[in-house]
Design a binder for this molecule. Structure first.
Ligand code: MG
Length: 498
């Protein structure tokens, strides 16, 4: 194979980048440890260590000589696509640090560190008032960021671009406009037919955590996880951390009842992990060893979780092992299990939402954060607005702020513009499915035999291999033959539930 990086300036950039990569590597390990094994009181020292490393990274990235070198490489006329990809990613990172005054970066870092803890207690105690001043500050600083970063039409676009390069609120609104009513129709039909609606008795049954752990590892093994490059641990909120292209770590959760929450967390995070493990190995130590956007990353986790994990074929394939090990399944058939995996009903908590109602949760958050950034609504109006909008879209009303506006951690971290990437990912996962079915017509037969080799190869070749080389919109077009198209998602749901 041709060597991807040849230009001497790019090679020099990459050589110097290794220190930035190493800082990120260390930070990834610290984050992973904070959520898994660190004793509780370690948090104070850990957050100092973490923010100092972050500052160090910023220092290396914006160091005069390094930026000059990147600029010099930018001037080269005949760079190949790999080299252009490296520079695109670095230019984006440097641009943000250059445009935001250090005072602003520091203020935001400081307030979000405090806000995370205030938010946690506010949620436990159902007390929005204590969180409100922090949220006000976070939104006003984020608006400042948007103004420094610049935008054409809406300040929200500047923030959205940080997570989903090139995506604007116009795009997002268009996507929601095209799915909103049709999702409502699907939801109404499901509710009127009673097959997938209502509550499922398995949701209430308690499982043995040790046994569930065995099930999760068995499923991960069937999906083909490589023990030399992959770890599974436990955390309250499951996540994936990529230490590098040969070390991916996921976590899953064990609440003790409703075992599908644990199972689907494992499969979801497996999808994220696989993405990082299948990058072009030549991208090691480079800024390309990453997904191009959060939406694309989420497309992979959703693909494994929903398209594969919630399919009838998968359900039937894992049923014998599950039945043998999980006592709760004693009196349930394959069909019961399939219904349990795919129960649809309006609920208040986003992370537990089903495939059909999930995007309504995102729509509420998207509309609210967009209005807040623009200054059209005020933070103190949030709890009521939230409840009104949830009632409008889902027909149920939160009784407390803990199950309403306080449920997500994102805003406390300053992650504004993040939520739409979940919908982008969900839609793309169905688009990936459509494309896979063209190339692998016996896709579902393969799933029913728990054979994933060809599917993984397809994903590697089409998506994973390329890392962050192309902007997300370009990768989607190159690999899936068209722009993001919500049609496939709607069709997938109609096919499944009608
Ligand atoms: Mg995810």
């Amino acid at each position: 194979m041709e060597k991807p990086f040849q230009n001497k300036f790019v090679l020099e950039v990459l050589e110097r980048y290794k220190v930035i990569w190493s800082i990120e590597h260390a930070m990834a390990l610290l984050s992973w440890d904070s959520e898994t094994y660190m004793p509780e009181d370690g948090v104070e020292e850990r957050s100092v260590a973490f923010s100092q490393l972050d500052l160090l990274k910023q220092k290396f990235l914006t160091e005069e000589n390094f930026m000059k070198l990147v600029d010099r490489a930018n001037e080269e006329g005949d760079l190949n696509e790999y080299e252009k990809g490296v520079l695109r990613v670095l230019n984006r990172e440097i641009r943000v640090y250059r445009l935001l005054p250090p005072r602003l970066v520091e203020e935001l870092a400081k307030i979000t560190q405090e806000a995370k803890i205030v938010w946690r207690n506010a949620r436990i105690n159902n007390n929005f008032q204590v969180f409100q001043p922090f949220l006000e500050k976070i939104f006003s600083l984020s608006r400042e960021c948007a103004d420094y970063l610049g935008y054409k039409e809406h300040p929200y676009d500047a923030l959205l671009d940080l997570y989903e390069e090139g995506l604007t609120s116009k795009d997002v609104s268009q996507i929601f406009d095209s799915i909103k009513n049709r999702l409502k129709i699907i939801l109404d039909k499901i509710q009127s037919e009673k097959v997938f609606s209502g509550k499922h008795s398995l949701e209430e049954l308690e499982y043995d955590k040790k046994v569930m752990e065995k099930v999760n590892f068995w499923v991960a093994e069937k999906l083909g996880y490589d023990k030399k490059r992959f770890r599974i641990d436990v955390s309250a909120h499951p996540f994936t951390i990529h230490m590098g292209i040969k070390d991916a770590r996921i976590t899953t959760r064990y609440e003790g009842k409703d075992f599908k929450a644990s199972l689907f967390s494992t499969i979801h995070e497996y999808g994220h992990a696989l993405y990082g493990l299948q990058h072009n190995e030549a991208f090691i130590f480079t800024p390309l060893a990453n997904g191009p956007s959060l939406g694309l990353h989420e497309s992979q986790s959703r693909f494994w979780e929903n398209v594969i994990g919630r399919s009838r074929a998968f359900c039937a394939a894992i049923y014998p092992f599950l039945k043998e090990n999980l006592n709760v399944l004693e009196n349930y058939s394959i069909e019961d299990l399939y219904r349990y995996f795919n129960i649809v009903r309006p609920t208040l908590i986003r992370v537990d939402a089903d495939e059909v109602t999930y995007n309504f949760h995102i729509l509420v958050r998207y509309n609210l954060e967009k209005s807040l950034i623009k200054g059209e609504v005020k933070v103190n109006e949030l709890p009521t607005l939230w409840n009104n909008m949830v009632e409008e879209t889902l027909g149920i009303r939160p009784k407390t702020d803990s199950e309403g506006v306080l449920q997500d951690i994102h805003w406390s971290l300053g992650s504004i513009g993040y939520f739409p990437t979940y919908t982008i990912g969900t839609i793309l996962s169905a688009q990936v499915r459509h494309n896979i079915l063209q190339d692998i017509p016996d896709f579902y037969e393969k799933i029913s035999r728990l054979e994933f080799g060809e599917v993984k190869e397809w994903l590697r070749h089409k998506i994973h291999y390329w890392g962050a080389m192309y902007p997300p919109k370009e990768l989607i077009k190159r690999m899936l033959g068209e722009d993001i198209n919500p049609e496939y998602f709607i069709k997938y749901l109609e096919e499944k539930y009608f």
